[in-house]
Design a protein around this ligand. Structure first.
Ligand code: NAD
Length: 279
């Protein structure tokens, strides 16, 4: 495992496990336990995923000390609009059955609210209930807006990123500000099978994968690591769960990294944070 050092000195695993759409309690618990057994030590959930209770149970049942796990959750838009971020976090902590999270993120920027929301996230950080705070789905202009009043720089920005949406300018911006970039949907997401299939069968990726005797999913995840981007792939398949973390025994060349980034088509899987319908 490689680690990113966040801007407050905290170490965060470069590869974590996403649990979006793992809503069935028993499946969520058994899948997370599989992931932990495979070596994952970072779990990415959100209040809107409605699985914080089973996530907490899985962590307890695993027997792994809480301090050895990096736990992320996110504040949903309703709490952001009401300015209730602290109460929302308390609810998440109770559901997760833990006294703190390692990272608390604003899930999406709600127009007219995310600036104040960031100030509340700073209060949360100072309360110690989150070891780090950050944002998700923020474009550079959202970051520019909160920068006007921030006294705590977001530790992480989590956004959609995969070879068809390589996000080079946003990654560069984040790094220049000391914000660690994190990708969601790195393998093409869990909703659209066609999108994912097209991505994973791309010829540039299959050629590189053959060279290293790896799968194209592993090549994409390693591309994230080479770019300094934290990835949090999700799977319920035991073989793929193990496959996705088995990316630390090889390195891509700079040319290969550039070739994968060049697959960019600015093609989104999810909604644009400027115009998403659920804000
Ligand atoms: P993903 O790119 O991780 O894709 C997951 C899907 O890819 C799986 O359902 C599976 O069908 C397939 N897959 C997984 N491993 C594979 C492999 N080795 N080979 C072939 N197919 C494989 O997409 P995701 O789950 O949408 O994103 C990952 C995580 O990011 C989520 O679980 C969640 O934690 C987070 N997320 C955050 C946001 C946000 O708004 N901040 C949005 C979406 C997801």
């Amino acid at each position: 495992m490689k680690y990113a050092t966040l801007n407050n000195g905290i170490q965060m695993p470069m590869l974590g496990f996403g649990v979006y759409q793992l809503e069935d309690s028993a499946e969520c618990i058994s899948t997370i336990k599989l992931a932990l057994a495979a070596g994952y030590r970072s779990i990415d959930t959100a209040s809107i995923y409605r699985n914080e209770v089973p996530v907490g149970k899985a962590l307890k049942e695993s027997g792994i000390p809480r301090a050895d796990i990096f736990l992320t959750t996110k504040v949903w838009n309703d709490a952001q609009k009401a300015g209730n971020e602290m109460a929302a976090l308390d609810k998440s902590l109770a559901a997760l059955d833990t006294e703190y999270v390692d990272l608390y993120l604003i899930h999406w920027p709600c127009k007219g609210h995310y600036q104040d929301s960031w100030l509340n996230m700073e209060r949360i950080y100072k309360s110690g209930k989150a070891r780090a705070v950050g944002v998700s789905n923020f474009h550079t202009h959202h970051l520019d807006d909160i920068k006007k009043t921030w006294s705590v720089v977001p530790a992480v920005n989590q956004f959609e990123m995969h070879p068809r949406l390589a996000q080079q300018p946003l990654i560069a911006y984040c790094k220049a500000q000391g914000i660690v970039p994190q990708s969601w949907g790195p393998l093409g997401g869990s909703k659209s099978g066609d999108f994912r299939e097209g991505l994973l069968q791309n010829e540039t990726l299959t050629t590189i994968a053959a060279k290293y005797n790896k799968t194209t999913a592993q090549i994409i995840l390693r591309w994230n690591i080479e770019l300094g981007v934290i990835a949090i792939p999700k799977s319920t398949n035991p073989t793929r769960i193990r496959e996705n973390i088995d990316i630390f025994d090889f390195e891509l060349t700079q040319d290969e990294v550039l070739a994968i980034s060049a697959l960019n088509k600015d093609e989104r899987l999810g909604p644009d944070p400027d115009s998403y319908p659920f804000q």
